[in-house]
Design a protein around this ligand. Structure first.
Ligand code: ADP
Ligand code: MG
Length: 258
């Protein structure tokens, strides 16, 4: 059964989409069956995989509205090794349209049930807010992966996210757990980065991934080519880091299933 991981942080620009696309590619390179669900109205994950978000027949909006079965919304991308359910600006309407709907926070969870067994990993790229879309992701997910930049205000944002996690565990999704915290755009020459990183490890221990994602220009360039960095520049530091992250996750998974 596929493990569903929501890639989330209410702060924008921390590397959620970059992590979604490149972790998906790296897990696929390790022969895992991967689906990436783009739940951000900006549709950056879809674009980063070479999909024209305005031209798609269906998007994740249709999943939330129960209009189309999930299998019909999936776009297979053999060139990059995984499948995508795209997101686009239609999603902005979802929040309003779901306001008075039944089971509004369970729409995504229910929609993914029929296709869950077709994948080893389903990654959900969340929007930069704690709205109804993110809530749907957190209800559908088994775990949360939180990318963060080691900056001064990052820890504060993280504590808000941890209390959201607790609320969801206490109400709609008791099984939800923290997959891990990922340090992104990491620069170990920077004193503040190091301090925040140490604090992070003090609080969260082995919930902080050992792999850090460095700041790497190839990671920033590859979306404009519609490719994960692995297909764009395989030997870049960005590629190597996301492959290491996939390896770390797979090893953890094997350990916990023993
Ligand atoms: P989010 O989805 O959290 O808003 P993005 O993944 O879109 O964040 O990243 C924000 C910006 O930073 C993008 O322009 C992206 O290309 C760039 N970026 C993300 N991670 C890295 C990195 N490790 N090195 C360099 N640029 C990065
Ligand atoms: Mg994003």
């Amino acid at each position: 059964m596929g493990k569903i991981i929501a890639i989330t942080n209410q702060k924008g620009g921390v590397g959620k989409t970059t992590t979604s696309v490149n972790l998906a590619a790296s897990l696929a390179a390790a022969n895992r069956r991967v689906l990436l669900v783009d739940l951000d109205p900006q549709g950056n994950a879809a674009m980063g995989c070479g999909i024209d978000k305005q031209e798609v027949k269906y998007s994740s909006y249709d999943l939330l509205m129960e209009e189309v079965p999930a299998s019909e919304t999936v776009i297979k991308l053999p060139e990059i090794g995984f499948s995508v359910i795209p997101g686009n600006s239609d999603l902005t309407a979802a929040e309003v349209e779901l306001m008075h709907a039944d089971h509004k926070e369970r729409r995504l969870a229910d929609a993914l049930i029929p296709i869950k067994a077709d994948y080893d990993f389903i990654l959900i790229d969340c929007p930069p807010s704690l709205n109804m879309l993110t809530l749907n992701a957190m209800v559908a997910a088994n775990s949360l992966l939180i990318p963060m930049q080691c900056e001064y205000y990052a820890l504060e944002g993280l504590s808000a996210l941890m209390s959201t996690l607790k609320n969801i565990q206490d109400s709609v999704n008791p099984e939800l757990h923290l997959e891990g915290i990922l340090r992104t755009m990491y620069d170990d020459r920077n004193r503040l980065t190091k301090d925040v990183s140490e604090q992070l490890i003090r609080y969260f221990g082995d919930k902080v991934f050992r792999t850090c994602i460095p700041r790497n220009i190839r990671l920033a360039e590859s979306p404009s080519h519609g490719l994960p960095v692995l297909s764009y520049d395989k030997s870049s530091r960005g590629s190597v880091a996301y492959i290491a992250l996939a390896g770390e996750m797979i090893r953890k998974e094997k350990k916990s299933s023993k």
